[in-house]
Design a binder for this molecule. Sequence first.
Ligand code: FAD
Length: 477
Amino acid sequence: MANVVIIGAGFAGHTAALYLGDALGKTHNITMINLHEHFYYVPSWVWVGVGRMEANKTRFPLRPVYKKMHVNFLHGKASAIHPDEQYVVVELKDDGQVKQVPYDYLIVATGPKLNYDATPGLGPKYGYTQSICTAPHAEASRDAYFQQLERMKKGETVKLVIGTGHPAATCQGAAFEYVTNIHKDLVRRGLRDKAELMWLSNERAVGDFGVRGVQAMYKGRLTSSEEFITAVFKEYNINWEVQKGVYKVDANTIYWEDYDGRYGETPYDFAMLIPQFTGMPFKYVGKDGADVSERLVNKAGFIKVDATYDLPYEQLVKNPTAWPELYQNPYYDSIFAAGIAFAPPGPISQPHVTPNGTSITAAPPRTGMVSGIIGRIVAKNIIDLIKKGRMTHSERMTEMAAACIASMGDSLWDGSAATIMIYPVVPDFRRYPNEEGRDLFVTHMEMGLSGAWMKRMIHTTFMHKLQARPGWKVIPE
Ligand SMILES: Cc1cc2nc3c(=O)[nH]c(=O)nc-3n(C[C@H](O)[C@H](O)[C@H](O)COP(=O)(O)OP(=O)(O)OC[C@H]3O[C@@H](n4cnc5c(N)ncnc54)[C@H](O)[C@@H]3O)c2cc1C
């Protein structure tokens, strides 16, 4: 009987757990270790952050799902991995017990550590800015936004700044969705004229989103995501500043460096800035007690997999096979990483270093869809290894599609959404020798009410799928 252990029940780990439980749960030991007792549908935290959805509508309890799928559940924090002896150390939340959980195969799917410490003054706990990167953060962001609404109702004008809070931040899509939802909410409340809205980000250009921007057919014309998103900002009267790496925040001011190495300041009343993401910090302990982290993680703490690392950007961009296909650690073949936890070979967007030596470069996003696909690939390969002794599944981010639907208000009557379909996520200039490196037939941008319906439908469909309700397997990640 094989032991398969998964750390982290997000899009990647939970998807893997469903496939593993379904195929092996009755005959092998599948164990999920997760910090929380609930699965959280992260994309809907944008709506929590403007008070349009309660946080409890974005979650469901994991235990009943795992019981049905024959997956053991440990509510706790994994703190160390012993890759030679093949066990994980877990601090259980319920009774404080420390447990060693043995594995034959391990999937690390812990998502990111939200590294607020990299930007002094950033974040809701020890700093001054808001975040929508956890459910409690999204609730706190909503409360801080509501305080600003009270000021506006009294006739004051306030400045709301949304974007990225570190030169290497990612997840611009979530921040973009937040700024447009705030715009719509203010319009609905009749307070839009009392707020100055500003987009502040580390992107090379508006609409870059850490994926090198997108060129797609829109209304019969080849259009760039820069033109598309700029048009949205103009229509919504949102000011924008890009090519800015935020390095410090205080109670009233955001401090940044720009591409030219100039330093500047942006005053604010309310700011929601996405922090740097790093890997979850674990102790990686060898047989003799030595630290073996160099074999397992890159400098940022993400798990190294079957990617080609350290290529200069100019070479990486021409080499789609530098992106991993199995998500397996090359040194310890029993360890896989899925979702945000795996170390990408480099950025997708063109990097930039300022004359002062600061890298202002959007890190590559591993979105929910990408994370779910990787979770499935890894699970299917572990099922293969256990049943047939060899892996038969693979998918690189240069072969994956992603749909990015940024809602602009949640209403199904007057809401809207910018829908950007990208294929492949990471450009592949060998298969698509155009300026974009993408399939211009599939890659597409749309704006309209139908996107708002689709976004709402995806929330409901995914909550259904991820609870392993009837037909879950036919709903794609
Ligand atoms: C506000 C917001 C909106 C977004 N909108 C979209 C969208 O519309 N579409 C889209 O595709 N993507 C979206 N994303 C991105 C998407 O949410 C992430 O890509 C996705 O959540 C990553 O999945 P993951 O499984 O890698 O990590 P996570 O979802 O972060 O899950 C990791 C899990 O691991 C657990 N964990 C961490 N450390 C430990 C430990 N030591 N021990 C035990 N458990 C641990 C965590 O508690 C968590 O349950 C959005 C992100 C945000 C923040």
